[in-house]
Ligand binder design. Sequence first.
Ligand code: GCW
Length: 732
Amino acid sequence: MIRRGVFRCALVCSVSLASLAGAQSSLLPNEDGYDLWLRYHRVADAARLREYRAAIQYVFVDGRSPTLHAARDELTRGLSGLLGRAVPSETHAVDATIVAGTPESSRAIAALGLAKPLASLGNDGFLIRSTNIGRRHAIVIAANSDVGVLYGAFRLLREIQTDGTLRDLSIADAPKVELRLLDHWDNLDRSVERGYAGQSLWEWNQLPDSIDPRYRDYARANSSIGINGAVLTNVNADARVLTAAYIAKVAALANVFRPYGVRVYLTARFSAPIELGGLKTADPLDAGVRAWWKAKADEIYRAIPDFGGFLVKANSEGQPGPQDYHRSHADGANMLADAVAPHHGIVMWRAFVYSNAVPTDRIKQAYDEFKPLDGQFRDNVLVQVKNGPLDFQPREPFSPLFGAMPKTPLMMEFQITKEYLGEDTHLVYLGALESEVLRADTWANGRGSTVARVIDGELDHYTHTGMAGVSNVGTDRNWTGSHFNQANWYAFGRLAWNPAQSAAAIADDWIRMTWSNDPSVVAPVEHMMLMSREAVVDYMTPLGLAHIMGTNHHYGPMPWYARGRPDWTPVYFHRADSIGIGFDRAPAGSNAVAQYFPPLRDEFANVDSTPEKYLLWFHHVPWTYRMRSGRTLWDELVHHYYAGVDSVRLMQGLWESVRGRVDSARFADVEGFLNIQEHEAAWWRDAAVLYFQTFSRMPLPAGLAPPAHSLAFYESLRCPADPRKPRCPAIY
Ligand code: GCW
């Protein structure tokens, strides 16, 4: 990882040397983060280690497929590391203390009579049980499919990595969501749209001949958290990936991923029949266009028999689409769906659409366009909806489409790469954001109709279910640009497997696997992670504010920016004036509240019943409005901004408390980034407070130290001079 943050901008150049100087060296070997949560260091707790060593001598993965071999390799590698001695693989069940397989692959498993408990676990689920095989005590991993065995192997390893007991194991687990995907916004030139961890992993120029070993580790990491698909290319799509030469490259990646249960998907550029096929049109109802896509799908499936399907961004931000031919999104999606249907492929059609005409309220568009199409899509189409109605902000209410399209499988799109949340540098644990959304009640079928139950298909009995996360992975040695961004990859996978899991429990596992089982590490780090999301909301966009960051690069505060297309500017979204601040979406305003089911719509329509965390999202509120705390809106807003910075300082203190208890290389990386975050949180706070004060004309609440500089100073700050932040300087 390149430690470049201190060069970022005038404001952040004063990283405290004193804090670096005091570093006491840790005796733990330094790590670079490459191993992610699959480090497999020897168990530190002596009693646990004794227990594990007594229980485990040999591993026997019964069967011959590449996936079962992957399970065997992972178990021997993981257990040997964790137990601190070789745990070899056996060739028969009698001597083994871990036996893994399916009833088809393994006579030993079949003989255990597990048909009944396996019946409800589907293709991907697994059982882990303590049992007897012959006269030997053994741990059994059983599943209906080879990939289920692999998931079970990772799960058993996790039990040991997190200091769990192996006594009387009885675990039955299965994913609640069928398609658990990473969406890579990777371009063919290896740049990554909104990527902050180096270049794209896919070495297109070397493929298919040269296979980077990282591909396998990427697949292992995904498989370990249940991710079963990867969309390899950017939704702002390049048709060339559909040419024969690229299909061969994609097939080579698919071959590496396949043993790990990870399928490949591609983005389909809607105009490809024109660009590649030489046709005059890409009209989805044109027979020639339909034939072109069918032939293209056949060609892809000849090379990649388990190709997953297509993801499409159409008629949004300049991308071509069916509306160019006065056809609907359903017409476009169905044409592609028909092309992949004979091969059991699927189409994921994004609902992130907004037209080139500036709307009265941009956040209403996805619902307005897609809700009327409910019921018009083929069975193998899923509509992919961003978690909120705008665009991956630190906080948004959930998208009102969830629950509103009972006849169309809706899949979730989260953004793991933190485009609007401090990108690579700021420590923000997204598990908290994602589970807030998943637990939100849509009220679509009365109380308890949570977003999670929409996504997992329980509410509307969808034919397919899915969750996608826009990936934060790149060529950086630590994969994600910072050690703590790994937690967001991890948490996404775990929530896609089971959207009801608690963000805290997932963080707990990740910390133990990635850092340490030492309670004096786990507790403060978990505290830090769980407070981090509210911290970023507070110092960037409290009380329902949104989209006040630098236009284009989306880094740093720029609430004053008003040039260019209005609905891309901060002033369009915050609407501050001498009376108050916020976007009026009540019935007398844009009436976006009407897109929610009652009673939510009424709750949001009324300023007094709107939860304060969404207040300025739904209402233009006077500066003097009395908040529940008794403060005026102005005072409350300022307090949130100051609290955000204070939270980051608390996070720094929590991290300081683990000095010497984790390796000093990773400790220092995190410490440095927290220093940047603290400076930039103050930058956000001071810029926003001074700017909004020009409207409120009210003083800072008593007791708060005034910003260090004038508003003019913050307005003059330039985008971080970081060459890896795409298009950064372009707007100046
Ligand atoms: O948030 C916006 C991003 C674009 C992105 C777009 C989308 C891929 O700023 O970079 O394009 O969303 O989700 O399509």
